[in-house]
Structures are given as structure tokens and as C-alpha cells.
Design a protein. Structure first.
Length: 235
């Protein structure tokens, strides 16, 4: 049996980091697959990530049903997490956010691609999911299992999927990797935009991406970066 308390503690600090680093504001969330029950996951109740505390962490079935709500209100878009965990057994943590830097790439034909070795963790390809394609005019929120599964299908085997006019969903084999990928996705998006203003961009080659960041494998320097961002979140 795992130390569930330690997993919850990591999930709490992960929420704080995402808020502290501007990936999430009042909205957005991070989950982790339950360490002892792989068909369940842990996710905060509906709170701004930077305010999340241990008592806010709830347990869910993959269909989004709370195991014991205890009077707490869950996030509406929890179906994103359950659908990804259902479709991708190797994924252990999922981040959904509305980071402003990625939005332009979700509504234009310009693909978001890694431009620096640290950002290679975002992967070779980042698809864009458009909720309108299958569900027509909606409020753009993933509010049921069917929509979550459609998103997971578009994600496929990739690390990240953008969501048109909404945000993105990030996957990883650990909480720390999910946080780092979400942070560097936002940074890459901003720097790519700046680079495109100057001229043609020399993106990382597929081989450079693979050499710098093996998808769903531990990344070099992850522990150092995780320690750094935890310290910043506790300031």
C-alpha cells in the first residue's frame, strides 16, 4: 500500500505551484490516479488551485462520481480527468488549465511546437480538440463523460491536447512531471510567439525532441525543478 497522505500532500502543493506560476488562476485543476485503486483518481473540490488544502481532496470514480463528497462541490470539468485516466492506463496525473499563452494556438492554424530542449517534454505533436465538431454550440466546458471521452480520443498518445477557445489538458507519469509540463507548455507558447515575430523559427527536430524528452518517461532534471517550484510556492 502506498502512503496516500504523501500523495495528497504532493497534489496540494502541485495546485499551489500551478497557481503561483500563473498556469492557473481561479480556474484549472490537477489530478492524480489513486495510488492503490487505479480505477479511481484524486482531485480537489471546486476551489482556486492556489487555495487548495488537504481536506479539499476528493476521490472519484472514472465516470466522475464522487466516492464521498462530504458536502464538497466537485469541479464541473472533472470528466476530463476520468476520461484520460480511462483511455491512458500509463498516465498518472492530468492538468487542465486555461493558460493564456496557449489559447492563440488553439484558434489559429499555427501549431504549438517545442523550440527549446527544456520544453521538449510537451511532445512532437499537440493536437487541437474542438468541442463544436461533435457537440455543436455549447458553453465550451467538458461537462459530461461523453465529452471527456471525445477529448481523450483527440489527445490520443500525445502528452498535450489544446482545446479550441478554452485551454489545454496535460498528461504525465507523475504529479511533478504534470506540473513541469504545464509550466513549460505556457513558457514555450509565449516564447514561440516572440520568435515568430522575428522571422522563421528553427523548431526542435523530432530526433531532438525524443533525445531531450522521452514521452511518459522520467525527464532529466525533474527532481531539481520540482524542488525549486515547491520552494517558490511556499514563499
Amino acid at each position: 500500500m502506498s502512503d496516500l497522505g504523501a500523495v495528497i500532500a504532493d497534489l496540494v502543493i502541485a495546485n499551489r505551484i500551478l497557481g503561483r506560476e500563473g498556469v492557473c488562476d481561479a480556474f484549472g485543476h490537477i489530478s492524480v490516479r489513486h495510488p492503490d485503486r487505479p480505477n479511481r483518481y484524486l482531485l480537489s473540490c471546486s476551489r482556486a488551485p492556489e487555495l487548495v488544502a488537504p481536506d479539499d481532496i476528493m476521490e472519484f470514480e472514472l465516470d466522475g462520481s464522487p466516492v464521498d463528497a462530504g458536502g464538497r462541490k466537485p469541479y464541473l470539468e472533472r470528466f476530463i480527468h476520468g476520461a484520460v485516466f480511462e483511455a491512458r492506463p500509463e498516465v498518472q496525473s492530468v492538468v487542465h488549465n486555461h493558460a493564456t499563452g496557449v489559447i492563440p494556438y488553439s484558434v489559429t492554424d499555427t501549431p504549438l511546437r517545442p523550440i527549446q530542449h527544456t520544453f521538449a517534454r510537451i511532445g512532437r505533436e499537440i493536437p487541437v480538440w474542438d468541442i463544436h465538431d461533435r457537440f455543436g454550440d455549447t458553453d465550451m466546458l467538458v461537462s459530461n463523460v461523453e465529452q471527456g471521452r471525445d477529448l481523450a480520443t483527440c489527445l490520443g498518445d500525445n502528452v498535450v491536447v489544446l482545446m479550441r477557445g478554452h485551454g489545454c489538458t496535460v498528461t504525465a507519469p507523475t504529479i511533478a512531471e504534470a506540473v513541469l509540463t504545464a509550466i513549460y507548455l505556457q513558457v514555450n507558447a509565449q516564447l514561440q510567439m516572440e520568435a515568430m515575430r522575428l522571422g522563421d523559427v528553427a523548431y526542435l527536430t523530432p530526433g531532438e525532441i525524443d533525445a531531450s524528452s522521452q514521452i511518459n518517461q522520467p525527464k532529466s532534471g525533474a527532481e531539481r525543478a520540482w524542488e525549486y517550484y515547491k520552494a517558490r510556492a511556499r514563499e
